[in-house]
Design a protein around this ligand. Structure first.
Ligand code: PRP
Ligand code: MG
Length: 213
């Protein structure tokens, strides 16, 4: 039996739908039992693993999956040692620092000694250390923007897309730390047979992206 390439995609969340859509546009149809954590493509040597975002970099590193569709921001947060084969042009966002609307803000130095709630500790620490700023991080996994309102933090660092979550929570974006989009990431442990399948898939993805321009 010939091998299949193993791709990780986000189980639920903002990347899930667009990730399945790009595979579909590539002519790869996946019978998608929503509750399944694993599914096969009907007409391409590929199997899909539906995983939690934050776990995907480790699966790539371990070679448990060969490729993944993931936000560049997650790769950066979890270690930037994983290769990107292709930027995919969707799920564009920023990773930013934000403070309550009424807070006076001059520069990144204003974060000195402040409490920042975030799901992106490495990204924040890396950014602040460039300016020799030390802050106190409060690490949470979601609903980060609520933190200043409930007295948990002075500021937040999170993904900003439309900006509506910041707006609804009375926050203003003051520093854009990085810009991100969905990418196709590749395990360094991919074998030659699966690399050939990847090359075919990449060819299709690139044609799809050209058509979307
Ligand atoms: C994400 C992210 C921001 C928001 C940004 O949260 O953590 O809060 O989307 O998008 P916007 O700028 O378009 O409002 P999500 O809704 O995925 O929930 P979570 O933080 O609880 O995981
Ligand atoms: Mg959120």
């Amino acid at each position: 039996m010939t091998k299949k390439i193993r791709i990780a995609i986000q189980k639920s969340g903002r990347l899930n739908e667009d990730s399945l859509q790009i595979l579909k546009d590539c002519g790869v149809s996946i019978d998608n039992g929503r509750d399944q954590l694993k599914a096969n493509a009907a007409n391409f040597p590929l199997e899909v693993f539906y995983l939690r975002n934050g776990d995907i970099p480790q699966y790539l590193r371990d070679g448990v999956v060969d490729i993944a569709i993931i936000g560049e921001n997650v790769l950066i947060e979890k270690g930037d040692d994983i290769a990107i084969a292709q930027k995919l042009g969707f799920s564009k966002c920023r990773v930013s620092l934000a403070v309550p609307k009424g807070t006076k803000y001059d520069s990144v130095k204003d974060f000195e000694g402040k409490k920042i709630a975030t799901s992106y500790p490495n990204t924040v620490l890396g950014y602040l250390s460039q300016f020799n700023v030390k802050a106190d991080l409060h690490i949470i996994n979601g609903s980060v923007e609520i933190a200043p309102n409930i007295g948990l933090a002075d500021a937040i660092c999170d993904i900003v897309s439309s900006g509506s979550t910041l707006f609804k929570n009375g926050l203003k974006e003051v520093e854009v730390m990085l810009k991100s989009e969905a990418v196709l990431a590749v395990s360094s442990k991919i074998d030659t047979e699966r690399q050939e399948i990847l090359d075919k898939l990449l060819f299709r993805i690139q044609s799809v992206l050209k058509g979307r321009d």
